[in-house]
Write a protein that binds this ligand. Structure first.
Ligand SMILES: *Cc1c(COP(=O)(O)O)cnc(C)c1O
Length: 430
């Protein structure tokens, strides 16, 4: 028997080898197709990206950088990584990029390692006001290794308080200032951060994990050329594979590269890097740019619909891909609201809002995003209908049967926008 034999261990279909896992993969394809996915950090990547991520490149060790590897046989993966690098530079206009970080958190860890020494002071956005756990949460590596101080948003309008950032920067004298958030519905003023960093002699890092797609599509100002280091994920608004990336000024390039490897990671995930190259290729198309514009339009239609339906929003609206529902004045908690929307066929996550009086496991907010559904093809008409469904589901006295009929309305929308038809039809799993 040769290895090419269809019945060999190497060539058998997952459905034959492992029906348990195959069944779960199929169940997840169906779940994604049949519900309305509105988790702001999620998206649907293309079948082309999934083919790259599911490819033979997973077999390859390639520690090091293209043409400077610690393993033989890298002549093909060198070209894959070079393609990803060239496209990242073309999409974002950065001077240097490292495409190897496994995730957004790992990209941040490497970025810190490139410019900081343990114990250094850093100024970043508070998690409770929309920041990320890798921006200095006490139980996270970042908060354990570095001395983080946190700015937040103003009580009145819930916008980032640049006066507070400036004042704290003068007091704390940080080595690094971090801008970027996981739950902030407004445009972030990168030049204002730059000015403050320059005044106190700090470096500026922007973590654009959430908004990278909007930046690539030209619908959010770019931090490239303003920040010294920019970290990102590929899998959120950018719509690529689950992964991270670091861009920086040319003179910080070798420090960043050394921090990623050997500082933090071993072998890069070459199959995922191939997926990044495909995703960055998508980001160069007009279709991608149109879709990013549509993400912002969809969010504003959703916001207007919810406000019209009596739902309060943090900052009263959105400039980007997400909104934060403010339930603080109501009986309903974020946790309850998440379950209700789930029953109504809409997947979101509960989220703390600034000055939240409920604990993080309960919260007074919901974070709702439009990238995934926009990728799926939904536009203004569907967003207006979704706003009506959400408003109805959040009415205090809603009944189980009303949630059931809202679920049918959600299903009617998802049925009109087939997701991965080749996968759902059962001709393939990935
Ligand atoms: C999502 C996110 C990350 C982390 O990305 P992972 O890939 O989940 O590690 C980092 N920073 C911000 C601002 C994020 O929103």
């Amino acid at each position: 028997m040769s290895f090419a034999d269809e019945s060999s261990y190497l060539s058998q279909d997952i459905g034959e080898v492992d029906p348990d896992v195959a069944r779960l993969l199929r169940a997840e394809v169906e779940r994604q197709a049949e519900t309305l996915e509105m988790i702001a950090s999620e998206n649907f990547t293309s079948q082309a990206v999934m083919q790259a991520v599911g490819s033979v490149l997973t077999n390859k060790y390639a520690e090091g950088l293209p043409h400077r590897r610690y393993y033989g046989g890298c002549e093909v993966v060198d070209q894959v990584e070079e393609l990803a690098i060239e496209r990242a530079i073309e999409v974002f206009g950065c001077e240097h990029v490292n495409v190897q970080p496994h995730s957004g958190a790992t990209a941040n860890e490497a970025a810190y390692q490139a410019v900081l020494t343990p114990g250094d002071r850093v100024l970043a956005m508070a998690l409770a006001h929309g920041g990320h756990l890798s921006h200095g949460l006490k139980v996270n590596f970042s908060g354990r290794l570095y001395e983080f101080h946190h700015y937040g948003v103003r009580r009145g309008d819930c916008r980032i308080d640049m006066d507070q950032v400036a004042q704290m920067a003068r007091e704390v004298r940080p080595r690094l200032i971090v801008a970027g958030a996981s739950a902030y519905p407004r445009i972030i003023d990168f030049p204002a951060f730059r000015e403050i960093a320059d005044e106190v002699g700090a470096l500026l890092m922007v973590d654009m994990a959430h908004i990278a797609g909007l930046v690539a599509g030209g619908v959010h100002p770019s931090p490239i050329g303003i920040a010294d280091i920019v970290t990102t994920t590929l899998h959120k608004s950018l719509g690529g594979p689950r992964a991270g990336m670091i861009m920086c000024r040319a003179d910080l390039g070798s420090a960043v590269d050394r921090a990623v490897f050997p500082g933090l990671q071993g072998g890069p995930l070459m199959h995922v890097i191939a997926g990044k190259a495909v995703a960055l290729g998508h980001a160069l198309t007009d279709e991608f740019r149109d879709r990013q514009r549509q993400v912002v339009v969809n969010t504003s239609v959703l916001a207007d619909g919810l406000l019209g339906g009596g739902v309060a929003l943090v900052t009263g609206g959105s400039d980007n891909h997400l909104i934060l529902v403010d339930l603080s004045g109501t009986e309903l908690t974020g946790a309850d609201a998440e379950v209700r929307l789930d029953r109504a066929g809409i997947t979101v996550n509960k989220n703390g809002i600034p000055f939240d009086e409920r604990p993080p496991t309960v919260t007074s907010g919901l974070r709702i995003g439009t990238p995934a559904l926009t990728t799926r093809g939904l536009k203004e008409v569907e967003m207006a209908e979704i706003a009506r469904i959400i408003s109805a589901a959040l009415v205090p006295e809603v009944s189980e049967s009303e949630l059931g009929s809202l679920r049918e309305r959600s299903r009617a929308i998802s049925d009109r926008f087939p997701l991965y038809p080749r996968l759902v039809s059962g001709s393939a799993i990935a």
